[in-house]
Structure formats: C-alpha cells, structure tokens
Design a protein around this ligand. Structure first.
Ligand SMILES: [Zn+2]
Length: 269
C-alpha cells in the first residue's frame, strides 16, 4: 500500500494494525524521541486512530485511504503537544476526562518559537495557536469500545500526565502510549513518582496475567517485550539514589538524570 506523503511514514504491522510515524525532532531538535508512533487499528466495522500528531501535514487523507468504508473514531493518548495537534482535521476526538480542558481550546505552541527548524513556520502562520477539534468526548478507566472483532479497553494510567491512558486489545496488544517506551522519559515532579510507579505496577500485573502480550509504545521502537515495564519501574525507583547527579536542562526547565537504560527529564514544579 502506498500513500504519497513525504511527512509521515506508514507501515502495515499486521492485517488489522497500521503504524503512522512522524519525526518530532523536525519541529525542534530538543525532542529526541523519534519517531512518534500513531496507530490505526482496523476492526470489521470501525477503525481507531490513536493520536493525531504534530499537525504539520494532512493526516486524514492517509487515514481515510487505509480505513475504506469503516467508521472512524479518534483518541488522544494524552494532551502533550506532539499527540493532539492534528485534532482539528477530525470532527470529534476522545481524550481522558482529566485532560478535556487541555485540548478543548487553541493549543499554545509558542514555546517552539525559537526552533532553528524551518517547519515551525507552519505554526507561525497560525500565530502558534493550533485550533482544536470541534467536539471533544471523554474517556474513563474501564471504557470498552467494540471495533468489530477487536475490543479495546481503556486503562487510566496517570503519571506521565494526569489523563494518560493505555489501551488493551482483545487481540493481545497493549498500547503503552507515553507511559512506557525505550527513550528519553518525561516525568512529573519527584513527589509524584509514587503515582508513576503505581501505574507501572498496575501494567506489570496485567502483563503477567496475559501471555504473549505485545507492547506498542507511542515513541521509538515497537513492539516491545513486557520487560520494558520492569526496566522502567526499576529505573524510576532508583532515581532517588541518583538524585545528586541531576543537572538542569534549560530548554525544558527540567532536571535531567541519566542511567544506563534511560535519560529522565523531571519536572521541577
Ligand atoms: Zn510524546
């Protein structure tokens, strides 16, 4: 299958699963977690698009081409800028109830103004205020969606952000979104680490119950083995011991700590 588009890279992972990749370092070199993986799941009557990316190039024509006659529903995994900026192309987008306000108004991306990359001119034309989808609908923990032969269950996973979600499918995939991936980690302030660990521990328990679960993160490599969850859990648990090694990363205004598997950016507020 081919859709003529220079900006996204589209690949077919399974009969019912497509991946649409976007390089976020194109926007600003400080963002190193390339690529952003958007997923398109095809049920027999409904397709689900997971995230709409950076809003720099038309995404809907690509999605429409893949899904054919199926009905489309669109979810945001969470509100961080690299995931919902293409929402305006789609009439209706779902997000966890904790983050509805973040994506219901124009998204302010003026923090990207000083990027050395040409492509931010696309944001400049919109005065760095990216319009939202017309209708925002809410998701909550335990919600189930039937796509036809594939069922999706929403798991609320606070930590990376207050309304982060993961998705478990009846076909054996766990979409771990930005909650778990092999790349640079963005964490809330230290006081909130217990919430991050609690979320990871919930996912570890779930992955132990279900054999052959494949993990599909929203950044970098996929699919991952469930050791991703334990690697990340151990890494975050150990940050206390590495706390004195922290340095300031000015662009994000966050603490930075490195260990042998991950780089962590930790919010100061
Ligand atoms: Zn992200």
């Amino acid at each position: 299958m081919s859709v003529d588009n220079q900006h996204f890279e589209i690949s077919k992972q399974k009969e019912y699963l497509y991946v649409i990749k976007e390089n976020i370092s194109l926007v600003h070199p400080a963002y190193t977690n390339d690529p952003l993986n958007m997923y398109l799941l095809l049920g027999s009557h409904t397709a689900l698009l997971l995230d709409t990316g950076c809003g720099l190039s038309p995404l809907k024509p690509i999605v429409d081409h893949v899904i054919g006659e199926r009905k489309l529903i669109v979810f945001n995994t969470h509100y961080h800028w690299d995931h919902p900026l293409g929402n305006v192309e789609f009439g209706e987008v779902y997000i966890h109830e904790n983050e509805v306000d973040n994506v219901s108004k124009p998204y302010d991306v003026s923090f990207l103004k000083d990027s050395p990359n040409e492509i931010v001119k696309i944001y400049a034309k919109q005065n760095f205020q990216i319009p939202p989808a017309k209708t925002i609908k809410t998701l909550k923990d335990g919600d189930v969606f039937d796509l036809g032969e594939i069922e999706i269950k929403i798991i609320h996973c606070p930590g990376h952000s207050p309304g982060s979600i993961c998705l478990l499918t009846s076909t054996g995939e766990l979409f771990t979104t930005d909650v778990a991936y092999y790349g640079d980690q963005f964490l809330p302030k230290k006081e909130n680490f217990p919430e991050v660990l609690n979320t990871l521990s919930k996912l570890i328990t779930l992955s132990e119950k279900q054999k052959n679960l494949e993990l599909y993160p929203s950044h970098r490599n996929y699919p991952c083995d469930k050791t991703l969850l334990t690697d990340l859990y151990k890494g975050i648990e150990n940050l206390e011991n590495l706390w004195d090694t922290k340095i300031m990363f000015d662009f994000f205004e966050m603490w930075q700590i490195d260990d042998d598997k991950f780089r962590y950016y930790i919010s100061q507020t």
